[in-house]
Design a protein around this ligand. Structure first.
Ligand code: HGY
Ligand code: MN
Ligand code: MN
Length: 421
């Protein structure tokens, strides 16, 4: 690690202002942001980011899945670039910081390097990854998945939302169907993100050094019974899809609790048909999100859920279909990059905490093609995927300063930027 006394600090108030300004695009009554992937609001936020990145002296381009790359040239363009970034698509009831913080912290680094006339040796790039949340289109972490080969471009473009609209159609409609996947060498990737859990706040730490992430398995489950009248139909003559589904939904939670403390089980979406108060439901569709720190636990949870399904099918004349729709293996980040985050945090005067991410992040996909690591900052009450999501300005600044150090150490500082840059 080179001794780089000239690493500049970022401009915290400017970063905070950019986070608040971008949060206006899709702002909700409850103080959050609702900006689903590839909607007009996502388009507006994408155009805003590109404008800001160009003002910061970056060259921008868009690839075939809509990922936006904003590059700042270094002195040695033949060296692989150092990447940073995150996502700006949000949950339907999302917050101001999830994803947006990591993108804007990267942009702030570009601005601060420009302000201080600093030239890096390697190129550096901040990336906006398409559809990280997976809320509108599955799989989640789609843009970084295509970039890293986890998901094929054709599968991604053909993914459809609940209205039947495809990713490809939406990218074309909003003008972000880019010029193909231009492969470029990546030296390493660093992502700053709010923790989205309670650990840093509870342990009163400002910086989390993310050593790895839980594995995830997403399923769609369809339970089919028989619609009939809620009054005349005796309890012994029913094929109640919702009653069967409720057993499975309870089982998802029980399984996660049986693998405490790090397993997770969530049913976030439920659709009941025909959804009428005096009709016995004939069909129920719901989502399943299982997470755990290793694949063996995930295998156990999934097979136990399947056993419960078989028991219900034997005891009741109910059809049940469970389909896996997304899988993210449990993983560890690159030891050298993790160590650089730790050293950079200590250099900046913090006492960082090693932590495993419960959430998925684009860095998990980038880790498949380049050494990667993440920097966490606390969020209030550990709350995220909720409109009240909040982070403190000092923590926002701290995480960006640690990111700045990681990038400068990795890219190398070679002096004052050529005024023509
Ligand atoms: O679901 C996740 O882990 C991420 O927030 N998309
Ligand atoms: Mn996120
Ligand atoms: Mn999220």
């Amino acid at each position: 690690m080179t001794d780089l006394p000239s690493i500049p600090s970022i401009d915290g108030p400017r970063l905070w202002t950019s986070i608040m300004d971008l949060a206006r695009i899709g702002a909700t009554q409850g103080g959050g942001v609702s900006r689903l992937a590839l909607t007009d609001l996502d388009k507006e936020a994408r155009c805003t980011f590109i404008k800001w990145a160009r003002e910061a002296g970056c060259e921008t381009r868009v690839d075939a899945i809509g990922n936006i790359f904003a590059r700042r040239r270094g002195r040695s363009p033949d060296r692989p670039a150092i990447l940073m970034g995150s996502h700006i698509d949000t949950q339907p009831g999302g917050g101001k910081f999830d994803g947006n913080y990591g993108v804007l912290a990267g942009l702030e680094i570009m601005r601060s390097l420009r302000d201080n006339n600093i030239e890096t040796d390697a190129d550096i790039e901040v990336v906006v990854w398409t559809n990280e949340e997976g809320s509108r289109f599955v799989p989640l972490m789609m843009g970084s998945g295509v970039f890293s080969g986890v998901c094929s471009l054709s599968d991604a473009l053909s993914a459809r939302d609940s209205e039947g609209v495809s990713v490809g159609e939406e990218l074309t409609r909003i003008g972000f169907a880019g010029d193909g996947h231009v492969p470029h060498a990546v030296d390493s990737y660093f992502e700053a993100h709010i923790e989205q859990g309670p650990v840093l706040e509870r342990t009163e730490r400002t910086i989390g050094v993310v050593v790895g992430a839980l594995g995830q398995r997403w399923f769609d489950c369809t339970v089919t019974g028989f619609e009939s009248h809620a009054g005349p139909t005796p309890m012994t003559h029913r094929r109640d899809a919702l009653q069967a589904a409720s057993i499975l939904i309870q089982r998802v939670v029980e399984l996660a609790k049986s693998f405490a403390p790090n397993a997770r089980g969530t049913v976030g979406q439920v659709a009941v048909h025909p959804n009428s108060r005096n009709v016995i439901p004939g069909r129920v569709h719901f989502s399943v999100d299982l997470r755990a720190e290793d694949e063996e636990t995930l295998d156990s949870m999934a097979s136990s859920l399947c056993e419960t399904i078989e028991t219900i099918k034997q005891n009741q004349s109910i059809l049940i279909d469970l389909v896996e729709v997304s899988r993210v293996p449990a993983m560890r980040f690159d030891a050298d990059c993790v160590a650089l985050v730790d050293r950079s945090a200590r250099e900046a005067g913090y006492d960082p905490l090693e932590i495993v991410s419960g959430a998925g992040h684009d860095a998990i996909n980038l880790a498949k093609v380049a050494p990667s690591a993440m920097i966490f900052i606390p969020c209030e009450g550990g709350v995220s995927h909720n409109e009240i999501e909040h982070a403190e300005p000092d923590h926002v600044t701290a995480g960006a300063n640690v990111l700045m150090r990681c990038i400068c150490h990795r890219a190398g500082i070679v002096g004052v930027a050529n005024p023509s840059h």
